[in-house]
Design a protein around this ligand. Sequence first.
Ligand SMILES: Cc1cc2nc3c(=O)[nH]c(=O)nc-3n(C[C@H](O)[C@H](O)[C@H](O)COP(=O)(O)OP(=O)(O)OC[C@H]3O[C@@H](n4cnc5c(N)ncnc54)[C@H](O)[C@@H]3O)c2cc1C
Length: 440
Amino acid sequence: MRERIGVLGGGLVGALISILLVKKGFRVEVFEKRPDPVKNISTEGRSINLALSHRGIRALTLAGVFEEIEPLLIPMYGRMIHIENSTDFQSYGRKDQFINSVSRQQLNAVLIAHAKQSGVSFHFEQSIQKTNPVTGGITLPSGISHHFDFIIGADGAFSELRKTIGALNNTFTTTEETLSHGYKELTIPAIDGSYALDPNALHIWPRKDYMLIALPNTDKSFTCTLFLANEGQPSFSRITSPQQIKDFLVGSFPDAMKLIPDYVDQFQKNPTSTLQNIKTYPWAYQKALLIGDAAHAIVPFYGQGMNAGFEDCRILIELLEYNHLNWEKTVTDFQHQRKKDADAIAELALQNFLEMRKHVIDEAFLRRKQLESKLNKAFPDEWLPLYSMVTFSDIPYHQALHTGKLQLQAIQTLGNDYNPDNVDLKALINTFKTLAQADR
Ligand SMILES: Cc1cc2nc3c(=O)[nH]c(=O)nc-3n(C[C@H](O)[C@H](O)[C@H](O)COP(=O)(O)OP(=O)(O)OC[C@H]3O[C@@H](n4cnc5c(N)ncnc54)[C@H](O)[C@@H]3O)c2cc1C
């Protein structure tokens, strides 16, 4: 009889790992504090969406669930930058490359429905406060305990299992960094049943110290997220009265606010949330392992948190296969291989905040993008831009980060005033190769 696995958290990562494990023949039970999203799909209220890209799609395909998710996706081919009264479209990669906007709630519901059909048992509305990584125990709020051969903590950034492991293991370290910026969601409704903006782009209103972004939903609305400092000027703490909200939003994003008639009301009603970067290690202790945000919660600016969590699921399953389903060997390999990638995408995500709110309108940044696009076209095997390595490939995040740094060094040898049309591309590739060689 195959081992029993308990999964804590039926969010995106918990639902996906449960499918992959049950398909490997394990008996899987998931404990989730919220109600069943399959029964509670609401068409009202705020719709929160995420960007799904290659790494996530690869894991969903491995689980055999991507076909059911594909109809929910809206392709976004690049960034639409809104500057004063004009827009500038910056493609993400080649013409055929795109990321996908998807509703978190719909994606979760499809994953859970698929998991149920595949034989996973779910216990909803069970907020677990007690786990035992030594015995594989999970205690329900009623006091009843379930015992498993192994437990997986996919219980998100505020993981209960992470706290328990931390209390038991004196080599365990966790750092929680809260950003000085927070965020608030606003909705651009459909206009006469149509999208108010181009749905095939991720819209950004970069304002240096803060920014607004918008991703499309299948109901023709857009979910906007305002990223703004928590303190200082301007900040969430200083913008509170209807007049202050109006002055700030209309002053900063006049075109967007024309599309949100009730922006004052939304700003006041919708919560302001914090952004956190959580690092922890080790991820495994005796009969327990942390994955997804429970192991590595990152800020959302590269659109990779969920994708990285889904990639965790794929790599864990591949290692289980490689190690003939030996959990002890698998979790050791998993955390060893994956920790450096989690740290790298955390660093990249922080860097990208600056890129999105500030650099996308810098002349030097645009020149570099133009040069990199030329390099990639002329030497596709030798120069893949950092964004493409992260978003459209499986190159481990730590390698992408490192290669990106060498690429930047190579470009810096051109000085500050180069013209992308006059650069000797072959010579630049050789400079990059020399730097990479010296770095080995
Ligand atoms: C504003 C914002 C935008 C983002 N945009 C993107 C994006 O565009 N692309 C992307 O890839 N990522 C994005 N992310 C990151 C992404 O949301 C997370 O990485 C992803 O949700 C992690 O999935 P998870 O299953 O590990 O955790 P979660 O989604 O947090 O799920 C954890 C689950 O565990 C349950 N749970 C928690 N504690 C308990 C308990 N004690 N008992 C039982 N159940 C419990 C929760 O109810 C939840 O269902 C974004 C994040 C934010 C904040």
